[in-house]
Design a protein around this ligand. Structure first.
Ligand code: DP6
Length: 322
């Protein structure tokens, strides 16, 4: 079975996990989060049962590393168990249509696509469609156990994740995400490590208290299509994530000098029809209603900052191909 899923960009961030004793509790977040599911960037996962005695796993046409084989095999077992199926072996091919290391969270789309394709291979095509309908929460909880943010890539255009799974937040406001790729280097500290360090920051406890109000503001802004109100909250959230990372022990700075220059220049603009957010990396995501590349290119040129631009927009979540 083949499934295609897109990454998501968080407006309210998942940054910090609860301790887990059992695999069922893996990647439960310390706070609710909220995201926009993208559409252009996609991971395609093709999963076929095979007769051999081991999985065959290819990522972007290359044999997967031992580490990736271990993580994906663990996820396969997790999905088989959850759906009450005996262990089997599979040929698994996954591929992205977007550049690796571009600050687009590929683990979210990868685990969403893999979970859906595998579930489809186990339960059959007709039943598999239910994972995009009345069984979507189950798919979300499974994808989440692979990578937390993947639990929000199982539907769209907006997802609210609280507890075991994410739920669709309905709206036909089609926001855009223009990603300024300032670096493609892999980050020195993966987000799984960043999640563990949050408690060492003196700002973390206060953040948890602020999230419910911010979440309510995001939902209200989306209902009213109020971009400036949404923008204020997402910028506050993004800066807070980085403040927490920088003030932990050891401190982690995910930003580059270029990121700071771009953010400063954006903040100085008088009127803006776009607002920024950041993940645990140096690339800048700009959220807007209309296409803004033509406004951003001269700004980057003026700053002397080189960046590739990836223009994406709201999507409706994964689909099954066959
Ligand atoms: C900064 O989902 O990548 O992008 O659960 O360890 O796989 P794991 O972490 P991951 O964390 C994403 C963190 C973030 C914010 C967000 O997407 O909400």
């Amino acid at each position: 079975m083949i499934a295609v899923a897109s990454p998501n960009i968080a407006f309210i961030k998942y940054w910090g996990k609860l301790d887990a004793q059992r695999d069922e509790d893996r990647n439960l977040a310390t706070n609710p989060s909220f995201s926009l599911t993208l559409s252009k960037a996609q991971t395609r996962a093709d999963v076929r049962r095979i007769k051999g005695d081991a999985h065959e796993i290819l990522i972007n046409e290359q044999a997967a590393s031992a580490k990736d084989v271990a993580k994906i095999s663990e996820h396969v077992t997790r999905v088989e168990r959850a759906l009450g199926h005996p262990a089997g072996h599979y040929r698994i091919e996954t591929g992205n249509n977007f550049p690796a290391g571009a600050g687009i969270a590929s683990s979210a789309s990868a685990y969403a696509a893999l979970s859906l394709a595998l579930a489809g291979e186990l339960v059959g095509e007709r039943e598999a469609e239910r994972f995009l309908g009345d069984r979507n929460a189950e798919l979300s909880a499974l994808a989440r156990r692979g990578s937390g943010s993947a639990g929000r890539s199982v539907a769209g255009p907006y997802m609210r994740w609280d507890g075991a799974h994410a739920t669709r937040f309905d709206s036909d406001w089609r926001l855009r995400d223009t990603i300024l790729i300032l670096s493609r280097e892999h980050k020195a500290v993966p987000s799984s490590e960043g999640h563990k360090l949050v408690r060492t920051s003196p700002h973390f406890a206060a953040r948890l208290g602020k999230v419910p109000e911010r979440l309510a503001k995001v939902e209200r802004a989306i209902r009213h299509r109020d971009l400036p109100s949404l923008g204020r909250v997402i910028e506050e959230e993004a800066l807070e994530l980085h403040r927490i990372a920088r003030s932990g022990t050891p401190p982690v700075d995910y930003l580059l000098p270029e990121t700071r220059r771009v953010l400063e220049a954006i903040e100085k603009l008088g009127h803006r029809n776009f607002f920024f957010t950041l993940d645990a990396g140096p690339n800048v995501h700009l959220i807007s209603e209309t296409s803004i590349a033509h406004e951003i290119e001269p700004l980057l040129a003026r700053l002397g900052v080189q960046a590739e631009i990836w223009e994406d927009q709201a999507g409706d979540g994964p689909r099954l191909i066959k």
